[in-house]
Design a protein around this ligand. Sequence first.
Ligand SMILES: *Cc1c(COP(=O)(O)O)cnc(C)c1O
Length: 711
Amino acid sequence: MGQLKNTGALDIFRVIAAFLVVAIHTSPLYTMNETADFVLTRIIGRIAVPFFIMVTGYFLYTSIARRDKAYIKGFVLKIGAIYLISMILFLPINFYSGYMEENLLWGNLIKDILFDGTFYHLWYLPAMILGVLLVTSGIQRFGFTMSFLVAILLYGMGLLGDSYYGLVQQTHILTTFYDVIFTLFDYTRNGLFFVPIYLLLGMVISKSNKRISTKHIVIGLVVSSVFLLIEGLLLNSLSWQRHDSMYILLVPCMYFLFLFLLQLPGKNTKTLRNLSLIIYLIHPWMIVLVRGFAKVIHQEQLFINNNFIHYLTVSFLSFLAAWIVTYFLPKGRKRKIDLSPDNRAWVEIDLAALRHNAKELQRILPNHCQLMPVVKANAYGHGDVAIARELMRAGLKMFAIATLAEGVRLRQYGIKGDILILGYTNPKELASLEKYNLIQTVVDFPYARTLNEYPKKVRVHIKIDTGMHRLGVNVENLAEIEKVFECKNLKVEGMFSHLSVSDSLVEEDVEFTQKQIQQFYQMIDSLKAKGYDTGKLHIQASYGILNYPDLACDYARAGIALYGVLSADDKVRANVHLKPVLALKARIALIKEIQPGEVISYGRQFTAKSKMKIATVTIGYADGIPRRLYENNAYVILHSKTAPIIGRICMDQLMIDVSHIHEVKNNDVVTIIGVDGTEQIRCEDIARQCGTITNDILSGLGPRLDYVYLH
Ligand SMILES: *Cc1c(COP(=O)(O)O)cnc(C)c1O
């Protein structure tokens, strides 16, 4: 499941699709050429709504696969709320147009609310709700394939009530049958006949691992589009169409179009997603307004009768209105994280570098093995929520953290997918584990027994100790491992181990690692032979990925490498190019002249030998700069020049020598980790100077720092 996919182009195409819907409702080419208008609005335009449905299916698949009922319920409620607001929004036009009088029969009104929509474009929302409910329960009860077959059947029935209605009219029984259908719904283009197949098609793409070459996708897209055009024109000339939303060739055409869009580069933008939805919902109002206004200023000829100008005006106004609404929409909690860099001291996160690293690591892993980003310790100081969110958007579906609280935090900030707690959780906290749908590591058999006492199912991965001797059931103790499987209340979803010297390429270390790996797989084979379902397997952390990329695992737990650094300047086997994600910056608070013989900072450790210009920088050890850095000739960068740290590092400040930097002034930016012009300080450099590893430095970056995310 889930290779890293680029979904930015989907967001862009949503806006295009929204304008196609506007075209369907305004027939822009009608005054120029009726056939051209038919092709644009009744054939090409018909890709818009299936596209929206497929996007939903594509992103909903993870939740469906995980049986995340809460998420699906949340989704349905959200669409329901949007539907309610939209109904109210169009109520004035309903009254004005006499809809209410026509619909005095409650039966009609209920039918509209449930299936057809109370305004001509609103059918989409109830259809989505019905479609999502049908598909999710279908998959749960009958499986994916069966649901797909049923969806095809339903689509077939829908076709006969839509573009292929001519066939129905030729047989008496079918006519009677469809008469019944059309007393229930106005069209077959609804949540029952139309939505399921496109939802499932989006899910097929989300689920599939197969790589289809761009060439084949383009060929598929071109061929199916050509046949779609022929199909549409033919049906039109035969006058078979009762309505024109559904075509046979639309299905393959949408499949290839979607795959094609996934090949394109593009940035994920929530604004575009909101824009497209609001344009869709609001444009009929704009049509009414443009018409009304044209009448008032006596410009019907220009704004109404010239369909093309009409289309452009409606599109422009819809876009403008949507843009204004989007601007005022609550931005959610994300806002809090994005601060402007006017701060005292801050971390700058390059999300493009993060995406690049994820792709690089995924590239060297086998196809069936997915990255499991390790976002413990505030994502190694990078900001856990923002990092997890970005990787979630990039298509990753399983995250690892060290503690329960870290997992709860991710959930509270809306991180979806599976979350595995790598460490120990107090059994008293099991209710939170359940409430936030987290997966717990079984650290040994007695712990498994304790977890098993919890009255509900606990999702777990079993940790196996293959020589690290930290957590895990001993790999040689097969009987105990089996006993974990016998715990009725544990839902064993995976098994894993941790390598203790995978960073070393020294012969004995490599042998040790290979023994760890071998013992793990032997144990797995024994369990499988006895019929146990061992679930998802994972063993590599960053160095495991870089030095042993070919293991037959389902996941690889990437921590430090994902952030674009190694623990130290090590040689690794894999040929990957990683980019550092994090930079650490602060500012100059003030500049001073110091006379020879004067001392700087605590303890009188630094004495000026000559006249000096020094600056105080707004960052200290409470922000995570190791205090011992000073003892090792450390420096920072400023105006693309290095400036030595002088005197002891204080809790909130440090002093630097800027005698040689003439242009320095207050508030200038100082780089502690990162690039400035031609100079660079890598996290590895600082770690080496402090006699530790980068993991230690990064995870020590203090909560007092601000975070700036570059998208
Ligand atoms: C922290 C951790 C990782 C990630 O390690 P990196 O070397 O940073 O990739 C993986 N697995 C376990 C069990 C961990 O605790």
